[in-house]
Design a protein around this ligand. Structure first.
Ligand SMILES: Nc1nc2c(c(=O)[nH]1)N[C@H]1C(S)=C(S)[C@@H](COP(=O)(O)OP(=O)(O)OC[C@H]3O[C@@H](n4cnc5c(=O)[nH]c(N)nc54)[C@H](O)[C@@H]3O)O[C@H]1N2
Ligand SMILES: Nc1nc2c(c(=O)[nH]1)N[C@H]1C(S)=C(S)[C@@H](COP(=O)(O)OP(=O)(O)OC[C@H]3O[C@@H](n4cnc5c(=O)[nH]c(N)nc54)[C@H](O)[C@@H]3O)O[C@H]1N2
Ligand code: SF4
Ligand SMILES: [Mo]
Length: 724
């Protein structure tokens, strides 16, 4: 038996795990790693099930090639040759923009997904780059790009030191935090209350987070900007603002919010005016306070305005970049990517709908348009990496049909599922325990600076390829390199670029040094480890791969410290409170306020034992509370005469759903979890517990305009009794 110490790769909590394996490599027990200085031994039911998830017999072991409706196993050589023909055939005939690439949620957690993303995008040189960022957090990047000049300068609530945490549309008790890496959230939130701090939650559902709060306000889905404008109005009108940063736009802000006093916005958002003033005064009076918002304030029609107002309030109350407020982490490996260049966006636009690019990406909500609409630049091939759009993207079923029109699609994915079934070739990455793990992106949003590296716990078999090798091969294929070219060329190119950049950077400790001499100092067993070693050596803490390997439980790098000055890259050198690109969207909000309120609005629901779509094939993670039901308030049960099943209709489609009456959800709102509706793949347990696809109801016609982000919360629907 061996024990592996590894970071759980599933969600943003980065829990350190202690995993016992028998001689065959089977997981016999999973516990939290209590020696991990950051995660402290915490784990959730998903981490505890990681053995069963990793050993799932339905995970693909070999590349798969589809011929008509039939799938057959193929060798790696044959599969890569098919990919080369498919991708290059389309490039030769139609040009590079005809090949799209999509990075799904797991690519934010795997080392390969992070490290090969830029090389693949660069070698593909297509305008059609997409990711799960535009069905998730793109509004936050837009806001940080415009306010601070750095779209990745995302401030996290300093939860362990704050006196007042206001949560707008997030449920960290069940999601474990998102863009907010704070393992063992229950303990941290309990500690906040125990030291006399306040927790206030704004959510159309009384979630587990709301249930433990001092105060919970129901808000009408999609209307948080009204509430937050009321808060800003109160702060400025009552002279409660204490701005500690150099800002531009304070006077303009004062003008803008004049029309939004609490009594004028209360009806629009459903939160009483005295509640809004209480929130504003509470935030201002607290010695320190942090406002935090995620999916409920992001995948909504006004996601950018919501995220903007969150940061504006943190700035106005003097809490942004201060202990106890919201702060910026200092990463061990990513500072070299902070180029100091001001934020640019809208450098090109999507072909069909003219949406601006953000971070070099186009909105997921327009991917089907780009595939279905003929003309120059039409998407005809897709490289799909760890993404399940048919159940995860707005109007998912339409995307599935669009995928069937492609000339070629390759999926890098361990499962044959609702989305990958539309591919021509599936390239399966190995088991999680066969992959090394390092959290690059989570480090940007940690509540304490920390780092940890987990080498692979199990070796690869002869007939397996690491995900790094798969993505490096795709990068070479996209670059037009022959199939015989070694994938190490990509790693060498990456390391060479990093070293050259460092030697040319004025003031860098290696300025002017010889790149070849530096290259000789880089260590690691393979390309991935060597890239990590390079990044750590040029990181902020003088670390190296060897130092991380010596400390398998992770390394504490200290509390967050104020550092906005280092990150700020706006042309003015000041924080921009009222960027035109954001405040111009207030016109759309005003128009919305004039529209009649729909009778019923649909929102989502994250479940503790789920993670989007891909954990439902493990028996211990489905059933009980983890089933796909529609939450309906008892008042609406009576109002609409509902029974056990109901028909939900949206502008796009309709679904027959199982109903669960509960007053956890407010009247006029129904809640359906996403990631369900498994059909036609090869996931036996998931298909037995199929549920329905919530994204059959969501529309790809409505987006948060400044960011192009999808809208999943606040969908107008009708609900009526189902009659068989
Ligand atoms: N257990 C579990 N954990 C997960 C995931 C999972 O599927 N399951 N997914 C992971 C991923 S990819 C992400 S991005 C994170 C997301 O992390 P969170 O954002 O914390 O998770 P959600 O449950 O989506 O929380 C959104 C909350 O907003 C509320 N809400 C809906 N509409 C509105 C609105 O208009 N206004 C307001 N104020 N609230 C609204 C919902 O009721 C819900 O409670 O979770 C991650 N962690
Ligand atoms: N209605 C509604 N829809 C939503 C949301 C919502 O709140 N409501 N939330 C949205 C959010 S926040 C997100 S992040 C998206 C997620 O959207 P996606 O990223 O498209 O969905 P996932 O379910 O995370 O699926 C990821 C895919 O990756 C595969 N996979 C798992 N592990 C690996 C791996 O190690 N490597 C590779 N290459 N693939 C792997 C899985 O088999 C699965 O096919 O969903 C969005 N969709
Ligand atoms: S909270 Fe659960 S899923 Fe998330 S990292 Fe920890 S053990 Fe893994
Ligand atoms: Mo997400």
């Amino acid at each position: 038996m061996t024990t592996a110490h590894r970071t759980c790769p599933i969600c943003d909590s980065v829990c350190g795990l202690k995993i016992d394996l028998d001689v065959t490599g089977r997981v016999t027990s999973v516990r939290g790693d209590d020696l991990d200085p950051f995660t402290g031994g915490y784990l959730c039911p998903k981490g505890a099930s990681i053995g069963r998830l990793d050993e799932d017999p339905d995970r693909l072991r070999h590349p798969m090639i589809r011929e008509g409706d039939e799938w057959r196993e193929a060798s790696w050589d044959e599969a890569f040759a098919a990919v080369e023909r498919g991708i290059n055939g389309v490039i030769e005939k139609y040009g590079r923009d005809a090949v799209a690439v999509f990075f799904g949620n797991p690519t934010y957690h795997t080392m390969a997904g992070f490290l090969y993303r830029m090389p693949l995008i660069q070698s593909l040189a297509s305008k059609n780059v997409y990711s799960s960022g535009t069905i998730d957090h793109m509004p936050k990047h837009v806001v940080c790009g415009h306010l601070y000049g750095d779209p990745f300068a995302i401030a996290v609530p300093d939860v362990d030191r704050t006196d007042y945490l206001l949560v707008i549309g997030a449920n960290p008790m069940e999601s474990h935090g998102s863009l907010f890496c704070a393992p063992d959230m229950p303990k941290r939130l309990r500690a906040l209350r125990k030291r006399g701090g306040k927790l206030v939650v704004v959510d159309p559902r009384r979630t587990r987070t709301a249930a433990m709060a001092d105060e919970h306000f129901f808000v009408r889905p999609g209307t948080d900007p009204f509430l937050l404008l009321g808060v800003v109005h109160t702060l400025l009108e009552e002279n409660l603002a204490t701005v500690t940063l150099d800002v531009n736009g304070l006077d303009e802000l004062r003008e803008l919010v004049k029309e939004f006093p609490p009594h004028a916005v209360a009806d629009a958002c459903g939160v009483p005016a005295d509640g809004i003033t209480r929130i504003a005064r509470g935030l201002a009076a607290a010695p320190t306070a942090a406002v935090y918002s995620r999916m409920g304030g992001s995948v909504v029609e006004f996601g950018t305005l919501t995220q903007w107002l969150v940061d504006v309030i943190n700035i106005l109350t003097g809490n942004l970049d201060n202990p106890g407020g919201t702060m910026f982490a200092k990463t061990a490996a990513l500072e070299v990517f902070r180029t100091g260049q001001p934020f640019e966006w809208a450098r090109w636009h999507s072909r069909v709908k003219g949406y601006p690019e953000v971070l070099g990406e186009l909105p997921t909500a327009t991917l089907a348009d780009e595939i279905e609409t003929p003309g120059e630049g039409q998407v005809r091939a897709l490289i799909n990496i760890g993404a399940n759009q048919v159940v995860a993207a707005p109007n998912g079923p339409r995307i599935g049909k669009a995928f069937d029109q492609l000339d070629f699609m390759v999926a890098v994915d361990p499962y044959l599922n609702d989305t990958t079934k539309h591919a021509t070739v599936i390239l399966p990455p190995p088991r999680m325990l066969q992959a090394p793990h390092y959290d690059f992106l989570m480090q940007m949003v940690m509540v304490r600076n920390y780092t940890r590296y987990s080498p692979a716990a199990l070796p690869l078999d002869e007939d397996q390829r690491s995900e790094a090798e798969i993505l490096a091969r795709l990068t070479l294929i996209a670059a037009g390199a022959p199939l015989a070219a070694p994938t190490s060329a990509i790693d060498e190119g990456f390391i060479g670029q990093l070293l050259t950049g460092a030697t040319q950077m004025p003031g860098s400790p290696v300025e002017g040094m010889d790149v070849a001499d530096l290259r000789a100092t880089i260590e690691g067993d393979d390309g991935v480890e060597q890239i990590l070693d390079t990044l750590l050596k040029f990181g902020s803490y003088g670390l190296s791969l060897a130092k991380l390997k010596e400390q398998p439980h992770g390394i504490d790098l200290g509390p967050l410290e104020p550092r906005l000055k280092e990150l700020l890259t706006t042309p003015s050198g000041r924080v921009e409170l009222t960027p035109e690109a954001i405040v111009s969207d207030l016109a759309r909000l005003r128009a919305k306020a004039a529209e009649p309120v729909p009778e019923m609005l649909l929102i989502g629901r994250r479940q503790l034992r789920s993670n989007n779509s891909w954990l439902h094939n493990v028996k211990s993670l489905v059933g009980g509370s983890n089933t796909c039901t529609l939450h309906v308030n008892p008042a609406d049960m009576a109002k609409y005469g509902l029974g056990e099943r109901a028909v939900v209709r949206s502008a796009v489609s309709e679904l027959i759903v199982d109903v669960e009456p509960t007053d956890v959800v407010m009247p006029g709102v129904v809640s359906l979890p996403h990631g369900w509706g498994h059909k036609g793949g090869r996931q036996r347990v998931a298909e037995e517990n199929a549920g329905v696809n919530a994204n059959a109801l969501t529309s790809d016609l409505v987006v948060d305009v400044p960011s192009g982000n999808a809208v999943f919360n606040g969908i107008p629907v009708t609900v009526s009794p189902y009659e068989a």
